[in-house]
Structures are given as structure tokens and as C-alpha cells.
Write a protein that binds this ligand. Structure first.
Ligand code: GN1
Ligand code: MG
Length: 353
């Protein structure tokens, strides 16, 4: 990272230590630490192949921040820090940068290791949704159009199955079959959207466990981070990604699928945490979809990884040849486990409601 990026924010480059931070796939994230102690910042370079209009990210983030500062001044929401020129993004040739405060004494976990962590993390996403339940969404735009549109994701998958490299197709044959056979999830999605009964809400759209900061000692929830897909959406996006990433003891990177299991106590804790904020806000239809949300988002993530494997790894960074295929297999195993336990998990949801 070049020194002039820090300088654009009025930070003296020679005072700061800058290191890569976190494990996001899409943007490049750095932690900038003042060597003399004191300030820490998160500096992010936005991936403009994925986010074609970075100004939309800044705008949504700014509008949500302004609204929350006005209506909930005590709520911790990491707002954008403007450049000294007063801009929300710093443009450096073809790159766009965004600066936010780093919250000290916190951790982001890649896997939950206690139900309390799942409860606390889910509560943070629930709180964000509750506090913005009344926000006027008409000025918010999608930062990635059709991001969680399962019908379109499925179409892209079908297209790539037709055009993919034969060797990759062979390797993935069993999973391709399974994904095609699992398309009833897509039909349910299409029917739901056609009915039009689901309200639009300001959703985070990447409610992974590592996108919440917890207090490093007590694991109490502190705030949500990674606000680049904050945009109008449906309830299943955030609930589904929480199920996808909180209930399993291993992350989507795990290659040994026998370790991919669903921990019902974590499922209960996350539902309880989310509903402790959103119980009174959800509509009847949304309540009915709490289990389906997990199926939908896990299936979609498997589809996205498999599509990328068949397309030749053009979206998710990989470190070895079958990386995306292994991720897809991991997600498929998770979906299978979730469905195997569906009766118990649905009962848990009823009890939490
Ligand atoms: C990407 O970049 P990161 O790691 O925050 C992706 C999410 C996926 C996730 C899977 C913009 O998120 O949708 O769920 O990887 N973000 C984008 O780990 O595609
Ligand atoms: Mg993200």
C-alpha cells in the first residue's frame, strides 16, 4: 500500500505500521497502527471488479451511519472516516479506498467455540436490523445488483455447466448432479419472490461469524463490520449466513467433510440471539422462513463456489486447484447435515419464537 493513501486521510505514513488484516475474499483489508500508540484504523481497498460502483457502498454506509447517529446515538456503528478533502472514498488511479475506525480489545472469530459467541454475534446482526427497521430504503441502492438472487445464481450455474472445461466437470460430476437435484430450493425461492410478501429490510448480506467483533475476553458482542453489502434485501440473507457460519465447528475452508456437522445448541443460541432483537419485528411469513433461510444460503454458497470452480476460479481467490470445489463440497455437506436434523432444528425455532 502506498504512503499517499494514508496521507490522503491526514495520517503521517511514517508513524503507521500497516499490515494485511482479516480473511475476506474480495476486498484487501489492512490494519494501520500508530507506532507511538493510540489510533488504529481499518483501511480497505475496494475490489472494483466485484463492486462496479464503489460510490454506492460509501453512500449506503453513510446514509445508515447518519440515520443511526441521529436515532441511536449510543449504538456503535463503524462509520466511514472521510479524507481530508472531505470524500468518503479516496481514489488512487483505478483503486478506491475506505477508512473506518478499528475497535480495540475485540476479536473476529472464524468459528464459534461456544453457544454464547453465537448468541452474541447473532444479536448484533439482529440489533442492526431492528434499529434500521424503520429507515427509508428508497435512497439505498444495491452495491452488487442481484447479489442474493438465487434464480440468477442457478442460471449462471447451469450455463457454466454447459461451457466448463471437461476435466473440471468430470471432477465435480457427483456434486453437479446433487446441486441440480437440489433445485427445489430454487423453486421455493422463485415462488416466494413472485408472491411478493417479504418486506425489504436493510440487510448486511454477509452475516458471517467473522463479520462481528466480540469483546476479546468476555465475547460480548461489540459491533458488526464489513459493511460493503449493506443494502435492501430479505430476511433470509442475514439469518441464512448466520446459520451457515455459526452452527458448524469448522469453516467453509475445511476439506475433511466428516468434520462438517450441525451443532444444535449453536443453532438455538443464534436463533435466540437474533430473535432477542427481532422477535417483535418479523412478519408471520418471515418467521416461517427461519429454517429455509439456512438451506437457501448454504445452497447458494455451494452453488457460487462450484460455479467458480467450473468457470476456472475467476471470483474467489484460491491456493490450489480444487480449492473452490472443496469449498463447495464442504457447503453441500453442511446442507445435508442441516436437512438431516431439520425436525429438531424446526422445533428449536418454534421454541425460540
Ligand atoms: C465473500 O469477501 P468476503 O470474504 O467478505 C462474498 C460473500 C460470501 C463469502 C464466503 C462480495 O465475502 O458473499 O458469502 O465470501 N462477498 C462477495 O466466504 O461476494
Ligand atoms: Mg464481505
Amino acid at each position: 500500500m502506498d504512503a499517499h493513501v494514508l496521507a490522503a486521510y491526514g495520517l503521517e505514513p511514517q508513524r503507521f505500521d500497516v499490515r494485511p488484516f482479516g480473511c475476506g475474499h474480495i476486498n484487501k483489508t489492512y490494519l494501520a497502527t500508530d507506532r507511538a500508540g493510540g489510533a488504529h484504523y481499518i483501511l480497505q481497498r475496494i475490489n472494483t471488479h466485484v463492486f462496479k460502483q464503489p460510490q454506492v457502498i460509501a453512500r449506503n454506509h453513510r446514509m445508515a451511519g447518519d440515520y443511526l447517529a441521529r436515532t441511536q446515538p449510543d449504538y456503535l456503528f463503524p462509520r466511514i472516516i472521510p479524507t481530508i478533502a472531505g470524500d468518503d472514498l479516496y481514489r488512487d488511479g483505478v483503486s478506491y479506498w475506505r477508512l473506518t475506525p478499528y475497535v480495540p480489545y475485540t476479536v473476529a472469530l472464524n468459528e464459534a467455540t461456544s453457544p454464547k459467541q453465537a448468541f452474541e454475534a447473532a444479536k448484533q446482526f439482529g440489533r442492526l436490523a431492528r434499529l434500521t427497521a424503520e429507515i427509508d430504503l428508497s435512497d439505498f441502492q444495491p452495491t452488487i445488483p442481484n447479489f442474493h438472487n438465487l434464480a440468477l445464481r442457478f442460471e449462471s450455474f447451469e450455463r457454466v455447466v454447459d461451457s466448463a472445461d471437461e476435466a473440471r466437470k468430470q471432477k465435480a460430476a457427483g456434486l453437479i448432479e446433487a446441486m441440480l437435484a437440489g433445485a427445489s430450493i430454487v423453486e421455493t425461492y422463485v415462488a416466494l419472490v413472485a408472491e411478493g410478501g417479504l418486506p425489504d429490510r436493510l440487510m448486511h448480506h454477509d452475516a458471517k461469524i467473522n463479520n462481528v467483533l466480540l469483546h476479546q475476553n468476555t465475547f460480548e458482542g461489540v459491533c458488526v463490520i464489513d459493511l460493503d453489502t449493506l443494502m435492501p434485501g430479505k430476511i433470509f440473507s442475514d439469518v441464512g449466513d448466520m446459520v451457515r457460519t455459526y452452527v458448524c465447528p469448522v469453516s467453509e475452508e475445511e476439506r475433511d467433510v466428516t468434520r462438517v456437522v450441525v451443532r444444535d445448541a449453536y443453532f438455538a443460541a443464534l436463533m435466540d440471539g437474533y430473535l432477542s432483537e427481532m422477535r417483535g419485528v418479523l412478519t408471520a411469513l418471515e418467521r416461517e422462513l427461519l429454517f429455509y433461510a439456512g438451506e437457501l444460503m448454504i445452497y447458494m454458497q455451494a452453488l457460487r463456489f462450484l460455479t467458480d470452480y467450473l468457470a476456472g476460479d475467476v471470483y474467489y481467490p484460491v491456493t490450489y486447484e480444487t480449492h473452490n470445489l472443496d469449498r463447495a463440497r464442504n457447503q453441500w455437506a453442511l446442507l445435508t447435515e442441516l436437512r438431516r436434523q431439520s425436525q429438531l432444528l424446526r422445533k428449536i425455532i418454534r421454541e425460540c419464537l
